[in-house]
Design a protein around this ligand. Structure first.
Ligand code: GLN
Length: 492
């Protein structure tokens, strides 16, 4: 039998159901791969004992012909999801030693369906970043390298642990979150599939909050089918999240392979930036041809507000972050400074020690744009522009069913290349933040390699709650791209 870690999530699920494999064997196989992959720094916490116990429980169910849709499948969890009695750090020093007494709804759903928890995955601190370099636990390293080079590349961010662990086959699939692109950009950098669902599709309860009006959880997976299976389990209405929406969760896997005949694909001319490699433009054009060959009608569209998306995002997201992060004061969670004179200096010293530079920068920006003299000029204005961006998508989606764009303006870059200039780093999110601002579902699908042998992704965006259509389109892209490259295992 092939190595169990070679099987996709769907294949492993089927092998387990058919009793051709045991969950404990699969779990052990993943744990030993994780152990050898220390150089990738993808995991913050490996929950080996918990994983074995969950796997054994799954095997007992499977032996009786029982079990849920993910029964026995080993998964990784971005360390932004609270997991009961398992260290949850959000990649931050300020959450040192935090073991939640509750389970996030997303992870609870996955375990309800039989998933096995391998551990917690590295990420940018509080999910703020595009390269996984703001993590207190150090950067994650991309399993992919440029041809003929051993330079360490970023796996993208903030879900760098999720993307790297799926690409390196350290888990069958992973949870992730996307506030401005943190599922789709890492997926593009690692040749994995990442889906950011509609705002409200997946419960945010128990997910450490970054920017609550933008945050949304979704899967990073090896292929489109695996992503469909994971999202079905993660999604659903949750009374504990007042922004979660009570609409039925379709069987996304069943939508795969459906005909795309007559579907209209919008191609927005604004999704280009200066200095974007010609290969990305070429790949985008191939994507258009693939959709045409699949029976779609191509419609040129214009989304002129796109140029305001990044500035709007970098006002709204820090504003919400500065408010959400006020709770880390050394009283209720994690780290507390040892030296202080009074309660105020305890707060100050704790926050000064506990937060990294990028998080401090966001809190400063957020506090500034919300302050009395600047609120109207920045925050209120940004909210108005956000509404215009949303309206523009609403009109575009009167003409088209899906929108096709590149996922990111570059392939994975070297660690350290953009850390000195935050604006360069923020520019990475130029194609992804729009979906968060408008609350739309979006996904990145691996579509090709650049001249250095590095993966590139294409992004599809859909109407709110049209994830089934999104998956149909993703599957067609995947079939046409026929992407089957894998990284050399230099780390093992
Ligand atoms: N890179 C963006 C940021 O730094 C998005 C992060 C995310 O989606 N969590 O805010």
């Amino acid at each position: 039998m092939t190595d169990l870690t070679d099987l996709s999530l769907a294949q492993l699920r089927d092998a387990l159901k058919a009793k051709d494999a045991s969950s404990l064997d699969a779990t052990e196989a993943y744990l030993s791969r994780i152990e050898k992959a220390g150089d990738l720094n993808a995991f913050i916490t490996v929950a080996a004992d918990k994983a074995r116990a969950m796997a054994k429980a799954s095997d007992e169910k499977l032996a009786k012909g029982k079990g849920g849709p993910l029964e026995g499948v080993p998964l990784g969890v971005k360390d932004l999801f609270c997991t009961e009695d398992v260290l949850t750090t959000a990649g931050s020093h300020i959450l040192d030693g935090f073991e939640p007494k509750y389970e996030s709804t997303v992870t609870r759903n996955l375990w309800r369906d039989g998933g096995v928890c391998l551990g917690k995955l590295n990420l940018d601190e509080f999910a703020m970043g595009s390269s996984n370099e703001t993590s207190f636990y150090g950067p994650v390293v991309n399993p992919w390298r440029a041809t003929g080079s051993d330079a360490k590349l970023t796996p993208g961010g903030s879900s760098g642990g999720s993307s790297a662990s799926v690409a390196a086959r350290l888990c069958a699939g992973a949870t992730a979150t996307d506030t401005g692109g943190s599922i789709r950009q890492p997926a593009a950098f690692t040749a994995t599939v990442g889906v950011k669902p509609t705002y409200g599709r997946v419960s945010r309860w128990g997910v450490v909050a970054f920017a609550s009006s933008l945050d949304q959880a979704g899967p990073v997976a090896r292929d489109v089918r695996d992503a469909a299976i994971m999202l079905k389990s993660m999604a659903g209405h949750d009374p504990k999240d007042s922004t979660s929406v009570n609409v039925a969760v379709p069987d996304y896997e069943a939508a795969l392979g459906a005909s795309l005949k007559g579907l209209k694909i919008g191609v927005p001319k604004e999704y280009r930036v200066d200095g974007m490699p010609a290969e990305i433009e070429t790949l985008w054009r191939s994507g258009v041809d693939w959709m045409k060959d699949a029976g779609c009608e191509i419609v040129d569209i214009s989304l002129p507000m796109t140029k305001y998306a990044l500035p709007v995002y970098y006002i709204v997201a820090p504003a919400e972050a500065s408010s959400n992060l006020a709770r880390y004061d050394g009283v209720k969670y994690g780290h507390r400074a040892e030296e202080y004179d009074d309660i105020l200096s305890m707060y100050e010293n704790t926050r000064a020690e506990g937060f990294g530079d990028e998080v401090k920068r966001r809190i400063l920006i957020g506090t500034y744009v919300l302050s009395a003299g600047y609120y109207d000029a920045y925050y209120l204005r940004a909210q108005k522009v956000r509404k215009r961006i949303f309206d523009e998508f609403v009109s575009a989606f009167e003409k088209v069913d899906l929108i096709l764009t590149p996922s990111a303006p570059s392939a994975a870059f070297e660690l350290g290349a953009k850390t000195a200039d935050p604006v360069q780093m923020y520019l990475n999110d130029v194609f992804t933040v729009t979906a968060n601002l408008a609350g739309l579902p979006g996904a990145s699908v691996p579509a090709g390699l650049d001249k250095d042998g590095l993966p590139l992704g294409l992004q599809l965006l859909a109407k709110p709650f049209a994830e089934e259509t999104l998956f149909k389109g993703m599957y067609a892209l995947e079939q046409a791209a026929g992407f089957d490259a894998t990284p050399d295992e230099w780390w093992a």
